[in-house]
Design a protein around this ligand. Structure first.
Ligand code: BGC
Length: 328
């Protein structure tokens, strides 16, 4: 009996390993192909306008939704969308991809700003070469980008703060994990969050650190934070995989009484809300961001005047409305 269980577990593990392995290989190949095309300055095979979308992390579920929206808008508007991004988040890698896109004279670039000093000069270089740039998800307001499409991140941070204030009782110490410490969106979310918490003398943020948008790092950082500050009883994460990383840490340390708040609606976060492990999450609209960015780029390319800022919707999801949200 025990032997049978072992064999079944081994087979399941093997299948899982093979799945992850082949997925990784496929993604790497896909990425290499696109980058090689860019490197050789090749235009897309078709005569359609060629728009490149550069993400923070190629296979991140949040960015895959942006890709989906962008490709859908591409199909509807007859433009060719090429989606690329580093395999693991890296400012240097992302900058290289942006440089390649500029060198290969694409018709338009949609990119997230991970760090002002690195991205602003490159965005301006693209503009001076007549390649329009739209920032997505994280803005570069000091650059000459033609528009920003994404969340109003200060407001999103405030919404997270309000979600905490209305759902936790009494005097509490709070730990915060942000995605990256250089990007505009995380900086604004944190500012917005802290501005709301500062008005509540009963709530205190005792530690802030960054996960580098990795769920494993979020978990490691959360574990260290909770060991160092045993009085923390509320933890918040401000990028898509932070809350599920925090949840791993809380489980490892058997500190399940900690209330967790997060960002975005990746599958695991929604499941954890249903199970009561995560209290609430601020949900952005990545699909809409991708869709609108492409639509606006097409309008710009056809000579229309477009506004500089396009904020997509945000909302809070908790146990009360998680089911409705799932059925949408
Ligand atoms: C942020 C993105 C980030 C993603 C990482 C989202 O909340 O808006 O900037 O790349 O989380 O998982």
């Amino acid at each position: 009996m025990a032997q049978k269980k072992w064999t079944t577990s081994l087979i399941v593990l093997l299948v899982l390993f093979l799945y992850v392995f082949f997925h990784f290989i496929t993604v790497t190949k896909q990425l290499e192909k696109t980058v090689a095309k860019l490197q050789h300055g090749q235009k897309a095979v078709s005569h359609l306008p060629h728009i490149i979308l550069i993400s923070q992390e190629f296979d991140n579920p949040y960015w895959r939704k942006i890709e989906q929206g962008a490709k859908e808008a591409g199909k509807k508007n007859n433009v060719n969308i090429e989606y690329i991004g580093p395999l693991r988040t890296s400012i240097d890698e992302q900058v290289k991809l942006l440089e390649k896109a500029i060198a290969s004279r694409v018709d338009g670039i949609i990119v997230q700003n991970l760090k002002d000093e690195a991205f602003t000069p490159l965005i301006d270089k693209a503009i001076s070469r007549n390649i329009p740039v739209i920032t997505i998800d994280a803005d570069a307001p000091k650059s000459r980008r033609i528009a920003y499409v994404g969340t109003n991140n200060f407001e999103a941070g405030q919404l997270l703060g309000k979600a905490v204030v209305s759902r936790v009782e009494g005097e509490r110490a709070i730990g915060v994990i942000i995605g990256t410490d250089t990007s505009e969106n995380q900086r604004l979310r944190l500012q917005g969050f802290l501005s709301v918490i500062a008005e509540q003398p009963r709530l205190q943020v005792v530690s802030i650190t960054s996960s580098n948008i990795s769920r494993i790092q979020a978990s490691i950082q959360a574990e260290q934070m909770l060991r160092k500050h045993p009085n923390i009883s509320v933890m918040v994460g401000t990028s898509a995989l932070d809350a599920i990383g925090i949840r791993m840490a809380v489980k490892n340390l058997h500190r399940e009484n900690i209330q967790i708040f997060g960002f975005d609606d990746v599958e695991e976060t929604m499941e954890a809300i249903k199970e009561g492990d995560i209290v609430a999450t601020v949900v952005q609209k990545p699909y809409d961001m991708g869709y609108s960015a492409v639509k606006l780029m097409v309008e710009h390319l056809s000579g229309k005047q477009i506004d500089k800022e396009h904020f997509t919707a945000i909302e809070v999801i908790d146990r009360q409305n998680v089911q409705q949200e799932r059925n949408k």
